[in-house]
Structure formats: C-alpha cells, structure tokens
Design a protein around this ligand. Structure first.
Ligand SMILES: CC(C)(COP(=O)(O)OP(=O)(O)OC[C@H]1O[C@@H](n2cnc3c(N)ncnc32)[C@H](O)[C@@H]1OP(=O)(O)O)[C@@H](O)C(=O)NCCC(=O)NCCS
Length: 184
C-alpha cells in the first residue's frame, strides 16, 4: 500500500518508487555510514540507488521505503518490512545535515500510526544496536517499549561474508497495539 502523509510544516512522508533515484543520490551525498536501504556505506551512485529502490519496490512484495520530503528534497527515509500477518519491522535514517530537527520523531510517529491504522498490523518492531544512543532515545520518545536483547544478532557489515563479519547484540523495541498510540 502506498503512503502519502502530510507531516505538517511543509513536510511530507510518501512511499519511494523506482522514479526516485535522483532523490536518493542527492540525499546520500554526504553520508559516510550506512543509509536506510542496506549495508551499502557512503553516497549512492545512480546505479546503487536504482538497485536499492528495486529491492524496496512497494509493488513487489513485503518491504517499502518512505521518504521524508520537503519541497521535493529527500531529508530522510523510513523502511517498513512486513514479516507476518500482524507484524512489521521499522527502520529509519535521516541525512546527516538534517539530524536533530525532529524529522525522525515526526516520521516514525506518523508511519507507526499509519501502519496500525491502514495496514492493520498490531506489532511494529525496531532492531537497535545497543551502542546507538540516538536510535534508542528516539524509540523511547516515540512510544516504543523495550522488549528484549538478542545476543550477537546483527551484523556490522564489515565484509560481505557473514562468517567473517563482526556480530553484535540487538535491542528489540516494540509498538504493540492501537491503544498505546505513538507520542504526538
Ligand atoms: C537515529 C536518527 C534517525 C535520528 O533522527 P533525527 O531526525 O536526528 O531525530 P530527531 O531529531 O527526530 O530526534 C528525536 C529524539 O531522538 C533522540 N535523539 C536523536 N538524535 C540524538 C542524538 N544524536 N543524541 C541523543 N539523542 C538523540 C532525542 O531523544 C530526540 O529528541 P530531542 O531532540 O527532543 O532530545 C538519526 O540519528 C540517524 O539517521 N542515524 C543514522 C541511522 C541510524 O542509526 N538509524 C537507526 C538504526 S537502528
């Protein structure tokens, strides 16, 4: 399902498609670490962006990426990965120069509500590196609740080979039902 949500203050959250290659290239231009769409670190070339958006094609299956846009400029993106009849994982990224402006808070809040209301999913969950303080604080601010710590669950993606990669613990945070709406 395609999302198109007015976030206020000229901001819009809308599902990204294969037509958004130029937006992704521009938005990742100053990123040195990983962005939303996979292990790829640093700026995306048009080819990288095309491959990423194909992997996240909302028409193809269970995962879609949703851009936070202002005046047709991509400021950040949220990923939604449906992993069961009642459940989806949410992931987020904001371009480096646009952080600490409340963009993730607005976007995650809106997409969480939309996922409960429009997709009818009861459980939305986050997977967070215990060292990622901004992400942990964001999860708490937006009304998710800590559920459990999974030992050596996530890859650092220092190498394509999983057997030679570094693995770290992951914290699972959950937004579980409609009665506990995300913070406004
Ligand atoms: C995590 C991330 C998405 C936050 O985006 P953002 O737009 O900067 O976040 P917001 O401005 O909406 O901040 C909302 C709340 O999150 C917390 N937060 C965000 N950045 C923080 C930081 N650098 N240090 C501490 N807390 C932080 C704060 O509680 C903040 O509320 P406050 O500003 O009222 O204190 C962003 O830092 C990012 O893209 N990081 C790289 C990708 C990543 O780590 N994704 C998560 C993978 S699990």
């Amino acid at each position: 399902m395609i999302a198109d949500i007015d976030l206020g203050q000229g901001l819009r959250l809308r599902t990204l498609t294969a037509h958004d290659v130029d937006l992704v290239v521009e938005a990742t231009g100053t990123e040195m670490a990983r962005a939303l769409w996979g292990p790829h670190p640093g700026p995306y070339t048009p080819r990288d962006a095309r491959a990423a958006l194909n992997d996240w094609d909302p028409a193809a299956g269970c995962q879609a990426s949703h851009g936070i846009l202002k005046h047709d400029r991509l400021l950040g993106a949220l990923g939604l990965m449906i992993d069961g009849p009642h459940s989806a994982e949410l992931a987020y990224w904001v371009r480096p120069e646009s952080r600490r402006q409340g963009l993730a808070l607005r976007g995650v809040n809106a997409l969480t509500r939309w996922t409960h209301d429009e997709l009818g999913l009861d459980r939305i969950w986050l997977e967070i590196n215990p060292a990622n303080t901004p992400s942990l604080r964001l999860a708490d601010r937006v009304g998710y609740r800590y559920e459990q710590r999974l030992p050596h669950h996530c890859r650092a993606w220092t190498t394509p080979d999983p057997d030679h990669d570094t693995w770290h613990d992951c914290m699972i945070w959950v937004h579980a039902n409609l009665t506990t709406s995300p913070a406004t």
